[in-house]
Design a protein around this ligand. Structure first.
Ligand code: L34
Length: 293
C-alpha cells in the first residue's frame, strides 16, 4: 500500500491558527511579539527561508524585521547587530540565519545572542537545558519534526527512532528532544553519521527514520523497512531544466520509491520546512509570553 503523505504544510497551518489566538491575547495586554532576523549575504536558499519566516510572522501577527547585512560583513559588524537587537525591547526573539560567511566564527555569534531571546534554541545555555530536560526554547527543526509526528498520529513514544545526521541544528538536538522522559518523546534513539559503516544495518531497524544528511537520495528504498515512518529533513536544490527557476527542491530520500514501502513519509517541499518556520513563530510568541510575566 502506498504511504500516507504527511503534509507539514497542513500541520503548520493548524498550529498557526492556534498561534494567532495567542498573539491576539498578548495584544490585548498591549504586547506585540517581535522577531529580529539577521541575514548576511545573498545565498538564495537563505533568502528564501528568511522570506518564509517574515511571511509567517506577518500571517500570525508577529512584528518582524530583517536586518540584511552585506555578504562581506565582518564578524564585528554582525556582533554589533546582534547586540543592537538584544537590547531592542521590540524584539522578543533574535536569530542569525545560518550559514554565515566562512571568515565568521559562528559559535561566537550564537554565544552573543541573549539566551532569553534565542528563539532558535542554539545558545549553549539553551542546548544545555535541553540536554538536562529543563524548560527551554527548542531548536525549530527538531521541534517541528516532533510536532509533526505527534499531531499526525505517529507519536515517537516507545518507538525506535533512527536519525541519520549529527548536526548541531538537527541531529543532535532532535536526539536529545526525542529521548526525553516526557509525553511526545520517550523514544529509543539511534544516531547514524558519516562515521557509521553499514548505515543500512541501522536504518532497517527504524520504526521512525529521520533523514538529515543534506544529500539527494542519501536514503534509498532498500534502506527503509516496510511500514516505517520516514521524516525527510533535507532541502536540496537540484538542476531542473523544466522548471522556470532552473532547479527543483528535493529532500534526502528517494521519495518515489520509498513511498511504495513506508507507512508514511513527509514530502519536500511542504514537509519539515513549513514546520521549522512555524515553530520559530511559536518560540517567539513563547518568549513574549515569558517576558510579559
Ligand atoms: N539560524 N539558520 C538558523 N535557524 C534555522 O532554523 C535555520 N534553518 C535551516 C538553515 N539555517 C537556519 C532554516 O530556517 C533550514 N531552514 C529552513 C527554513 C525554511 C524552509 C526550509 C529550511 C522552508 O520553508 N522550506 C520550504 C521550501 C522553501 C523554498 O522554496 O526554498 C519547504 O516547503 O520545504
Amino acid at each position: 500500500m502506498a504511504a500516507k503523505i504527511i503534509s507539514g504544510k497542513e500541520v503548520a497551518a493548524s498550529i498557526r491558527e492556534e498561534l494567532k489566538e495567542r498573539v491576539a491575547a498578548l495584544k490585548k495586554k498591549g504586547i506585540t511579539p517581535g522577531l529580529g532576523v539577521i541575514l548576511v549575504g545573498e545565498d538564495p536558499a537563505s533568502v528564501s527561508y528568511v522570506t518564509a519566516k517574515a511571511k509567517g510572522a506577518e500571517e500570525v501577527g508577529i512584528f518582524e524585521e530583517t536586518v540584511h547585512l552585506p555578504a562581506e560583513s565582518s564578524e564585528e559588524e554582525i556582533l554589533k547587530t546582534v547586540d543592537r537587537l538584544n537590547r531592542d525591547p521590540r524584539f522578543h526573539g533574535v536569530l542569525v540565519q545560518l550559514p554565515l560567511p566562512k571568515w565568521v566564527n559562528t559559535e561566537k555569534v550564537i554565544n552573543y545572542i541573549s539566551p532569553e531571546k534565542d528563539v532558535d534554541g542554539f545558545h549553549p545555555i539553551n542546548l544545555g537545558k535541553l540536554l538536562r530536560g529543563e524548560p527551554c526554547p527548542l531548536p525549530c527543526t527538531p521541534y517541528g519534526v516532533q510536532q509533526m509526528l505527534v499531531r499526525s498520529g505517529y507519536s515517537p513514544e516507545g518507538k525506535h527512532v533512527v536519525i541519520c545526521g549529527r548536526s548541531n541544528i538537527v541531529g543532535k538536538p532532535l536526539a536529545a528532544l526525542l529521548m526525553q522522559k516526557k509525553p511526545g518523546a520517550n523514544a529509543t534513539v539511534t544516531i547514524c553519521h558519516t562515521g557509521t559503516p553499514d548505515l543500512k544495518k541501522f536504518t532497517l531497524q527504524a520504526e521512525i527514520l529521520v533523514a538529515a544528511m543534506g544529500a539527494p537520495k542519501a536514503i534509498t528504498a532498500d534502506m527503509v523497512p516496510e511500514g516505517c515512518v520516514v521524516i525527510d529533513v533535507g532541502v536540496n536544490r537540484v538542476p531542473d531544466p523544466n522548471s522556470p527557476k532552473g532547479f527543483k527542491l528535493v529532500g534526502d530520500c528517494d521519495f518515489e520509491a520509498i513511498k511504495e514501502k513506508a507507512a508514511a513519509i513527509t514530502p519536500v517541499p511542504g514537509g519539515v520546512g513549513p514546520m521549522t518556520v512555524t515553530m520559530l513563530l511559536m518560540n517567539t510568541i513563547e518568549a513574549a509570553e515569558r517576558m510579559a510575566l
